[in-house]
Write a protein that binds this ligand. Sequence first.
Ligand code: Z5A
Length: 213
Amino acid sequence: MTHRGKFITFEGPEGSGKTTHARNLVARLEGAGRAVLYTREPGGTRTGEAVRGILQHDEAGEPVTPEAEVFLFAACRAQLVRQAILPALERGTTVVCDRFADSTLVYQGYARGLGVERMLTINEIAVDGAVPDLTVLLDIDVETGFRRLGSRYGAESSRDRFEREARAFHERVRRGYLELAERWPARIRTVQADAPVEAVDAAIWRVVNHVFA
Ligand code: Z5A
């Protein structure tokens, strides 16, 4: 499905700088006169933000099963796509989303072992044709990502459900993303994220420019 606006997503392991660089890109696009919607997953709608607390902190008061986790992420995505992303794209607005469907392929499909192909089927229903024009994959080694998050990793009690996962889980996340980049090279562009902020921003700007060219 072709939309009038461009759809750009940011993906990557924890601490890779998705939020930092996505916001910097939004500022740059707006500075260039473009209308931009910045949003994030899980979240971006009231439904999504409500479910985010359950997904990250078991706020419902019981452990969420891996299968329930998949559908909760998909529910957030289905709501966000229909309520915000597709209407914005149809108006000609550029949409920048901090995590999207690839996160489910990697975290639930690869890292939790539920299977990438099964996750693709669920995503297809959730996204309703909203496939990104560009996915910026910020690649970083697990150690550097953890170090950046610093105090969030200090006390076990302050970590969310994903931050409490073993290092091997996060290594699978990183490998999963690199495999996706090999599978969809035209859409997923890998940017090395262990450089200074300005250098990473500049590398992202170069790939974004291709999308608007
Ligand atoms: N999840 C899932 O399992 N399945 C799904 O389908 C979806 C999500 C959609 C959401 O957590 C969790 O949900 C996520 C996957 C799962 N958990 N994990 N893992 P979140 O949204 O709370 O967190 P996150 O997405 O993982 O983001 P993050 O860990 O908060 O980090 P980030 O956004 O990549 O980085 P940042 O906040 O921009 O930067 C982190 C720090 O590094 C900060 O101090 C920056 O100033 C610094 N930074 C950033 N860039 C640089 C550079 N270039 N140099 C030096 N320092 C930098």
